[in-house]
Design a protein around this ligand. Sequence first.
Ligand code: PGA
Length: 262
Amino acid sequence: MEQKNLDQIIRETVARYMKHSLIVAGNWKMNMTVREGMEFLEKLGPVDGKVMIFPPYTTLAVLAGEFRRRGITYGPQNFHYKDSGAYTGEISLPMIRELGCDCLLVGHSERRSYYNETDEEIHKKIQAALSENFFVMLCIGENLDERKSGQWKKVLRKQLLEDLEGLSRDKIPYIQIAYEPIWAIGTGVSASTEEITETHRYLKTVLQELTGSDIPLLYGGSVNEKNAAEIGSCPGVDGFLIGGASLKPDKFRKIIEISKRE
Ligand code: PGA
């Protein structure tokens, strides 16, 4: 009963955010030493709105308090689904929790393609993270061939079904999705507003069917301070996941400003 009330509160808070501002999430990938991260935060200055940053582990660990002090939600770009053990090079959820993180990035296309992360593994990670009440930002996306051949709906639907399989009702408020067409990541050319609108409409329908809820759906792929307003006004876009432009404090700040809706 207590859990239900908490979930209700979270759901209402997320709904309130959605009405007022877009979510602005920065994926720093393998960029930003601790020193560079600190300089970034100093140049960025105070922020309000729903701002998230996913730094590399070292920067995450050292600057956790700085993110928290500034009201920026922070978390890792990857993690292992086991709590501990002989998994050289991996980081576990208890380690992440100790840093005060409450959100995680899962299933980024670079993890899927460079490190062969499968939907099965992503599913295990999501299950583990949700059982510990982390907020999960799941990335999905199709490649250029899949877009051109008209397979994109099938591909995206499969990712959602496999990654979120068995999702229980009480965990729904902890899920956010980032739609990132692989062909638009890091290319400087985002998907068109027509493509974004059509894809987000489709994904919202699948998510509704799957969960019965309006799950927050972000767009990612060459978002910058120039195209954010246009992309953010597409129906079904609840925020951005930003790579390159999240490394520049002036650009990131502009996107945060654009994303305020009051
Ligand atoms: P980009 O990266 O903004 O540099 O295209 C987005 C991402 O990979 O999350």
